[in-house]
Design a binder for this molecule. Structure first.
Ligand SMILES: [Zn+2]
Length: 176
């Protein structure tokens, strides 16, 4: 049933292709420092709408917008691709939002639900997992900013900003 829903959503591509005006080649990307926006996969956290974004920023989304190893991997990939002597990864914005699923349902809840599906011999392993649950939005942003700043594989001068996104007003506020 859910697969049918995805196939229905994929039909929107027909309209997209009709009005699509083509794309630039990878080699034609502008020679300027790249920026990355890290935010939550929650549909309310669609930063393209929230910030009225033009074409340009790379957007990473995961549960909570957390600075997980895979989020860092993507930052390292972009920084490396851009490291052509003229430009690099220049800045990252970490955006977490109020009423996030990871605030409403923390690690313990997720672990209990995972145990309902996983075989029993994996339950101990599940207890040791961090799924990024948090209680304080500002604190979680600062925690992820620190993780990104401390990553020795990212450019030395990388600027890291943080923003709280209010899910109910749509407003973002920089964390200082
Ligand atoms: Zn969220």
């Amino acid at each position: 049933m859910s697969a049918a829903m995805l196939r229905e959503l994929a039909k929107g591509n027909d309209e997209h292709v009709k009005s699509f005006s083509g794309s630039i080649k990878f080699s034609d990307f502008p020679k300027q420092d790249a920026v990355i926006i890290l935010t939550c996969m929650d549909p309310r956290s669609n930063i393209i709408d929230t910030w009225n974004l033009p074409f340009g920023p790379a957007i990473l989304r995961n549960a909570g917008g957390r600075a997980t190893p895979d989020a860092l991997r993507s930052m390292q990939v972009l920084a490396s691709i851009m490291a052509n002597g003229q430009s690099t990864l220049g800045a990252v914005a970490v955006i977490h939002h109020t009423d996030c699923g990871l605030v409403n349902f923390g690690n313990d809840f997720i672990h209990e639900r995972m145990k309902m599906n996983a075989p029993e011999h994996l339950h101990k392993q599940i207890d040791g997992m961090d799924h990024g649950g948090f209680t304080d939005v500002e604190a979680s942003i600062k925690e992820d900013m620190a993780i990104i700043k401390a990553d020795s594989f990212l450019p030395k001068g990388l600027e890291v900003l943080g923003f709280i996104h209010d899910s109910f007003t749509g407003k973002t506020t920089e964390v200082v």
